[in-house]
Design a protein around this ligand. Structure first.
Ligand code: ADP
Length: 392
């Protein structure tokens, strides 16, 4: 029996009407850094092994200057002012804490800021900082005015956190050498540096640590227009042709998240290479995303499994996140950090004092009949009786 080739160029995609306004990847990008943000010194940030965490393509797509970043206008404007002021005064930038769901640009901000300041930076991860000795090399290596970026800072151990307080406030650390009666304390003066922390969970950051950051910035989901812009720029970097409608389609199915927009774009590019002469049109984008199980709202199979479990197993909720997590065999942290933020933001589910509950919008999206479920607001109902709502 002859096997049909899995990958074949299809005529279906050859003559797409939307192909008229192709974005030409050979066009030169006109974006340049404004005068105000040009680095004052020529020193290039040195890279640490941890920095090499992404693939080469990830590095290609990540903006390297703030001016190349799209969206987050308010955060951008405040950071721009702080950077400008620090450069003018010749002082280190105040410590900054970024929070928000994964993939929204915390690391991108943290790696662009040192370039604007013209200083070096180091990258650490809270999960690997288990004892004060783990953070000492970062602190003692920090150059004058440099940036120390700690990703997932909420995962840092309490002892490390407490060890950091004097480093953040007075740029000094107190090391204890030896044990018992021979123990002595060594006071080390550090060069003034800036700590940039990133977290997906501000709630897990203790108040004393939070208060030591001069700026706290929350990154929110991107609009479809902003993601379309990111997709068009990145298609250009990947040297692939895409039209406006296709960029918009991928953007609207990217859950407001640049990292997902990049992942979806790369998949659609591969699909287009295999099936459509490498050109990304609306039809190519739709078929490629459908093949990955990404629906019109951008929900992937895992998102839909979460909604389907609340709907089918827990009759629409309310249900505790742990119960849902165990039923679908996913770590509760993954649900809370990665799956729920967009579903909550899109009002497909709500959080109630008694757990998660699917909304009418969620039911409709999942093809369920809202009249069969009680999705009235739990705040309107007394959970202990069928009588009218009790206010207090
Ligand atoms: P986080 O640290 O919040 O998890 P990242 O900064 O690693 O997210 O962002 C993931 C990817 O998304 C980056 O590599 C970059 O390509 C893209 N990205 C993030 N923010 C922006 C932005 N504002 N403009 C353009 N691309 C962005």
């Amino acid at each position: 029996m002859n096997r049909v080739p899995i990958i074949s160029q299809s005529d279906e995609y050859q003559d797409d009407e939307h192909n008229s306004n192709n974005i030409n990847p050979s066009k030169k990008d006109s974006t340049t850094a404004p005068e105000s943000l040009a680095p004052t010194t020529a020193s290039e940030p040195f890279s640490t092994p941890l920095e090499k965490k992404g693939s080469e393509e990830d590095l290609l797509l990540r903006p390297t200057r703030m001016v190349d970043m799209v969206g987050q206008q308010e955060v951008y404007a405040r950071i721009e002012i702080a950077v400008h002021a620090a450069k003018k005064r010749g002082e280190p930038l105040g410590h900054i804490l970024f929070d928000g769901p994964p993939g929204l640009g915390k690391t991108t901000f943290a790696t662009c800021i040192p370039k604007e300041l013209g200083v070096s930076y180091q990258i650490g991860n809270g999960a690997t900082l288990r004892a004060p000795k783990d953070i000492v090399p970062y602190l003692t290596n920090a150059e004058e005015g440099s940036i120390l970026f700690i990703d997932e800072i909420h995962r840092m151990q309490k002892t490390v956190e407490e060890f950091l307080y004097p480093a953040m406030e007075d740029f000094r650390i107190d090391l204890t050498l030896g044990e018992g009666v021979n123990a002595r304390t060594l006071n080390i003066q550090l060069k003034p540096f800036t700590l940039i922390g990133a977290t997906t969970r501000t709630g897990l950051i203790s108040a004393p640590l939070r208060d030591r950051f001069q700026m706290r910035e929350h990154l929110d989901f991107y609009t479809i227009e902003e993601l379309s812009e990111i997709i068009r720029r990145n298609a250009h970097k990947l040297r692939v042709q895409i039209n406006e409608q296709a960029a918009f389609e991928i953007a609207s199915r990217s859950r407001g998240t640049p990292r997902l927009a990049n992942n979806r774009l790369r998949w659609v590019r591969d699909f287009a290479d295999a099936k459509a002469n490498g050109q990304i049109t609306l039809l190519v984008a739709q078929d490629a995303l459908e093949m990955q199980g990404i629906d019109t709202l951008g929900l992937d199979p895992q998102d839909r499994k979460y909604l389907d479990t609340i709907l089918r197993v827990f009759n629409g909720g309310p249900v505790g996140v742990e119960a849902v997590a165990h039923t679908i065999n996913i770590a509760p942290d993954t649900l809370v950090d990665e799956v729920e933020p967009f579903l909550l933001r899109s009002e497909l589910v709500i959080r109630t004092p008694r757990g998660r509950r699917i909304t009418t919008k969620g039911l409709v999206h999942m093809g369920a009949d809202p009249s069969k479920y009680d999705c009235s607001s739990p705040y309107n109902k007394d959970p202990y009786s069928d009588g009218p709502a009790r206010l207090f």
